[in-house]
Ligand binder design. Sequence first.
Ligand SMILES: Cc1cc2nc3c(=O)[nH]c(=O)nc-3n(C[C@H](O)[C@H](O)[C@H](O)COP(=O)(O)OP(=O)(O)OC[C@H]3O[C@@H](n4cnc5c(N)ncnc54)[C@H](O)[C@@H]3O)c2cc1C
Length: 411
Amino acid sequence: MSNKKVAIIGGGFGGLFTALDLSGNAEVTLLSDSDYFCFRPLLYEYLSGEVEAWHIAPYYKELIDERINFVCGAVESVNFDDKKINVSTRKEALLYDALVLAVGGTTNFWNVSGAEEFALPFRDIADADELRNRMSKALDLVSPTLAPQDARERLTFAVIGAGASGVELATKMSDLLTDAFQRRGLKGEPHVLLIEMSDRVVPGMGEEVRDYVERTLREKHIDVHLETKVLAVKPNTIVSEHNGKQTETETVATVWTAGVKVNSLIEKLDLPKDENNLILTKPTLQVKNFDDVFALGDIARVEAEIEPKLAGTAQLAFQESGLLADNIKAFLSGGNLKTKRFEEMGEALSLGTHNAAVLVGGNVLGGVLARDARFALYTSRLPTWHHRLKVGASWFFEGTTPKPLQPLGIS
Ligand SMILES: Cc1cc2nc3c(=O)[nH]c(=O)nc-3n(C[C@H](O)[C@H](O)[C@H](O)COP(=O)(O)OP(=O)(O)OC[C@H]3O[C@@H](n4cnc5c(N)ncnc54)[C@H](O)[C@@H]3O)c2cc1C
């Protein structure tokens, strides 16, 4: 094992998988501002109770062994000349011979008035907990004697952005709320609004998937508003504009899935970046003009032809981590660094608690079978064999049935 120091900032798809690949080949330190990894593609299933926190957000200590040194704390700055990293939880700076930047993205509210203050992000376990809590609280305030129109008004939720994330979230919320209406004997149905600025849902996806998604949104009575711009978010109200006409809609909660921007640490670092603040890397994933600094995942833009659909995805960060780990080994041993062509590994969308869409060989597989296929696919992508086996066994023997939105206080 080399005694060279490799520091990896960020323990998500890019950082954690790089650390696991490098383990035993150098003195690896993984730095993260949280003590658990989050498998974000299954966050919708966590919201609905189909999966539990330990399935998708395992603690790092359960995933890594003593060959990886884990430091919990937010990295505040990096000195690239002295090769030093300052972490919020440590007095001493950390030194490195090779550095990996993998801090991922954060919700982009696009400076829409009130959005950051009053809309909920949906990126982590705490965000899903907050949303589930708001849904349960709002349901608790609706009585079975209330007229259908009033119940619908009091249970209006808005999801902003109809990309994959917005569609997955809206369908999951709709199924959960509809189920709660039936269980609690409420009249009518909930109102889930899906607001999109462009003229189509899932704008980045192919026609086959879009057709299936549109049909599902209609079946679930999701109120889709295309070519509609959100101008402001106020407490329990959104102001939107369509064809020059402004509308104010009262909501229990507004969830913002319309955009990602780079983490604030990256904004501060003096590195070559593009117009979106993405760090520019060579095809070897080395930052341009900084051979000992590597970047990957949501914060990086590789100077090579990459399938546009792959940008900002876990599947890209995951594929990059393999190349990056190999290149760090080569960098530390004076070998040749490689490049790689990243492939599209398929599209899989969650569409409610009992449905999904999976694109297989140009055809869309839908329904319960697709839901199961998506679960199987994601089990295979969880980190470490040990965790995969534990989670796979739990899903096989205990099932993945959604947990109804219970009145608060009843679990
Ligand atoms: C709800 C949701 C669903 C998604 N579904 C899919 C999907 O189905 N398929 C898909 O391909 N992609 C999906 N994505 C996108 C995917 O999650 C990201 O592209 C992927 O996580 C990017 O990996 P990353 O390593 O760049 O960043 P992340 O996985 O976000 O990891 C970044 C890590 O850095 C840590 N960190 C941040 N700042 C600091 C700091 N200053 N100091 C220390 N640590 C820090 C964070 O805590 C985090 O652990 C989804 C995203 C979301 C939000």
